[in-house]
Design a protein around this ligand. Sequence first.
Ligand SMILES: CC(C)(COP(=O)(O)OP(=O)(O)OC[C@H]1O[C@@H](n2cnc3c(N)ncnc32)[C@H](O)[C@@H]1OP(=O)(O)O)[C@@H](O)C(=O)NCCC(=O)NCCS
Length: 182
Amino acid sequence: MSSASMPAWLIRLETAADAPAVEALSADSFGPGRFAKSAYRLREGVAPVGALSFVAIEDGVLRGSVRFWPIMVGGHEELLLGPLAVETRQRGRGIGIALMQAGIAAAGQGPWRGILLVGDEPYYAKVGFARLPPGRVKFPGPVDQNRILGLSLKSGEMLALSGLVRRARISDPVCAAGAAIG
Ligand SMILES: CC(C)(COP(=O)(O)OP(=O)(O)OC[C@H]1O[C@@H](n2cnc3c(N)ncnc32)[C@H](O)[C@@H]1OP(=O)(O)O)[C@@H](O)C(=O)NCCC(=O)NCCS
């Protein structure tokens, strides 16, 4: 392969110093409406899995980011993919796919059985996600059943997740100490 066709960006783990740029990219990509989504409810007060948060960097500039959140599915801790965002002018270069592949490969080393997400099946099918049978999992709040996708992390196995999707443990110590968490 000639050097001209090699991607100039690299994928690495997100660090604390990346957080402001990652937040800004998320705000640009999803707008204020992101806080109203059902998926956001599952993330509130819960920290993303640090070992699965990846960024794409080119010339020292953030091009894209992916994070994964722990969620409870039918009483087991599993993963929720997203947010995934790529800078507007850098889309279509393979950055989104590469970010997800890095996250999925790292997730495969962990204890989780599978990954869920709410999104466009034609895009996420590129990294192996498939639509779940309607009613297999139940998200809190309104979610389009056709956009609930899953991926098994156990190679060769069908995705075995089913049941209620709930928020994982609260990781914010202030919240965890409070009694009235809804
Ligand atoms: C979705 C997003 C992350 C894709 O990032 P990207 O780096 O452009 O994606 P890639 O370059 O890896 O993949 C591009 C391919 O996916 C396809 N694609 C992108 N979005 C798609 C969608 N919603 N449905 C179907 N295909 C899609 C492109 O047509 C392209 O196909 P090709 O390779 O056959 O030409 C980016 O467009 C983005 O940040 N969007 C705004 C935020 C968002 O919607 N995030 C997803 C929800 S969490």
